[in-house]
Design a protein around this ligand. Structure first.
Ligand SMILES: Cc1cc2nc3c(=O)[nH]c(=O)nc-3n(C[C@H](O)[C@H](O)[C@H](O)COP(=O)(O)OP(=O)(O)OC[C@H]3O[C@@H](n4cnc5c(N)ncnc54)[C@H](O)[C@@H]3O)c2cc1C
Length: 187
């Protein structure tokens, strides 16, 4: 009733990569007040990679999570174009009856500032304990999800996925859990 998602095959002006989604939410803002429509723009194929690093030797030491947004300049260019495309859609006559005003994207610099200030994660993080051959850079688990170099330990969650997924991730997480459970039972 309140959320519509569209997936486009490409960010306008870029090679097709299934990386662009639009999400329309309608409802009152969390703090109350009149109903608002929010159009969210997402890039599921960013070139930049973040990192998760230990800050100390103890399990109680917090992890340092760096999402690495816009570290690759091409990502910012893609998002600017995606944002402007979303803006064009939001001004379509079909929305005119219900949407009073749509703030303009502005010049590149202004838009960049807005994007840097408002971009957030879709909470579908992957790759913290990536799968790969033993000795390969960043590889933590092998193809059977066993941790390289540690006897009797497997990882069975999204952290083993070595790439960013271009879809919501819950089903992948369930699939990995079921697959590894079957592997363990088959031993
Ligand atoms: C707010 C939010 C909304 C989301 N919405 C969607 C959605 O609409 N659709 C969708 O597909 N996906 C959605 N996701 C993403 C999806 O929920 C996650 O990708 C998925 O749950 C990840 O599963 P996981 O098993 O890899 O990790 P998690 O679900 O994070 O499970 C990891 C588990 O490990 C436990 N753990 C951590 N450290 C230790 C330790 N040292 N010892 C023992 N246990 C430990 C944690 O307590 C946790 O239970 C959303 C995520 C969030 C946060």
């Amino acid at each position: 009733m309140t959320q519509v998602i569209a997936r486009l095959p490409a960010i306008p002006g870029h090679e097709p990569d299934d990386g662009f989604y639009l999400c329309l939410f309608c409802g009152p803002p969390p703090q109350g007040g009149p109903v608002m429509a929010t159009l969210m723009v997402g890039d599921l194929a960013p070139a930049a990679r973040g990192s998760v690093t230990l800050t100390g030797p103890s399990a109680a030491d917090p992890l340092r999570v760096d999402l690495g947004f816009y570290r690759e300049p091409g990502d910012l260019r893609r998002m600017r174009e995606a944002y402007r495309h979303a803006w064009t859609l939001a001004r379509h006559p079909a929305f005119a009856a219900t949407v009073e005003a749509v703030p303009a994207p502005g010049e590149d610099g202004e838009l960049e500032e807005r994007l840097r200030a408002t971009t957030f994660s879709r909470l579908a993080l992957t790759g913290g304990a990536a799968m790969g051959p033993e000795g390969a850079p960043g590889a933590v688990v092998g193809e059977d999800c066993r941790v390289h170099g540690i006897e009797g330990l497997r990882v069975a969650d999204l952290s083993i996925v070595p790439v960013a997924l271009r879809s919501p991730t819950a089903l992948d997480a369930m699939m990995i859990g079921e697959h590894v459970a079957a592997l363990i039972l088959a031993r």
